[in-house]
Write a protein that binds this ligand. Sequence first.
Ligand code: PMP
Length: 396
Amino acid sequence: MTNSWERRYSRRAKANTGSAIRALLKLTEQPEFISLAGGLPAPESFPIAEIAAAADTVLHEHGAAVLQYSATEGYRPLRELVAQRVSTTTHQLTAENVLITSGSQQALDLLGKVFIDSGDKVIVESPTYLAALQAWNAYEAHYLAAPMDEAGLDPAQLAPLFAQDPKFLYCVPNFQNPTGVTMTLERRQQLVALGAAHQLPLIEDDPYGSLRFEEDALPSLLALADPDDLGVIQLSTISKTLAPGLRVGWIIGPPELISRVALAKQGTDLHTGSLDQAIVHHLIATGFVEHHLPSIVARYRERRDVMLAALNEHFPASTSWTHPTGGMFVWVTLPAEVDATELLSAAIEQGVAFVPGGPFHPDGSGRNTMRLNFSNASPERIATGIARLGNALREF
Ligand code: PMP
């Protein structure tokens, strides 16, 4: 059979060459190796005992219901809770605005399934979340790259992209993956106004918003949108505040879109695991998630500080990096002539890994950039890892 598989694969499957990050994660298996490559939360932050207790409670109280097939849109009490948490005096959302997904990664895939025909254009930040590109490559999307700087995506540069009739615009306004950058309030307002003027849906992906180390939260694009004509689809997840292994995320949007996405989800997995959804509902409803969050934030803030200090100490003056005020990533720009993929081989010899920034760019640029994760490794290992990387860079 070996030879005949290839000709049977779909065009989509053949185009999917896999994520550079997943291949790199294999390296982290050796204990002496320091990986700043993945996007993993700190395992010390997983509330294992509380999750076990919540599982016990929901199984005892609603055992049959959480073990049975259930609605594609999700566990209704959780949908109601999510709606209630994002509602404000101006924006009254209900369960009909919410669909629970198997992580927000599935939300990205389902939105691709619902919106993208082969060759359709979509606007993404450059750089953007790699696995969003991976999800939409399967639908044969054509990307229009929206330039970013330290203030986030720049709406002033969007006119030529809006003119090409894209299906939607995708962005990560808070502590973006990969850059750690946060879009300013002014740009959020401009973007929402532009989206409304062009009737272009904005997909606001917000997995990191609650991992905020400094200053007050900025209003979400959803909160800035016209409540009577919601042009913003917001995604979020429990992966960074509880545990990614639970695979619970959600889409918030107008009920008409939610019904469409539910039809798409039916063919994918019928519904997200009910036991996981009920556990997440229990831990949010009892206030545990809110109570637990400050300890995660304190841990990541310390690790961010250690990383920035180590970069200052060990990286040459010809490099620059972002100063994220939350989230899990720092983004480094190397001198133009340095290819980060080549640097990675030198870094691996020194026992440290990062993710080269090129693949995050839909337009093939950014070869001299890299993403560093500060949430997963201990402060000591972050400091050692950056020192090793500084050595690799100097030798390179
Ligand atoms: N969007 C962004 C921007 C992310 O960084 C991630 C996690 N790496 C996801 C979506 C997916 O998260 P999950 O499926 O675990 O909810």
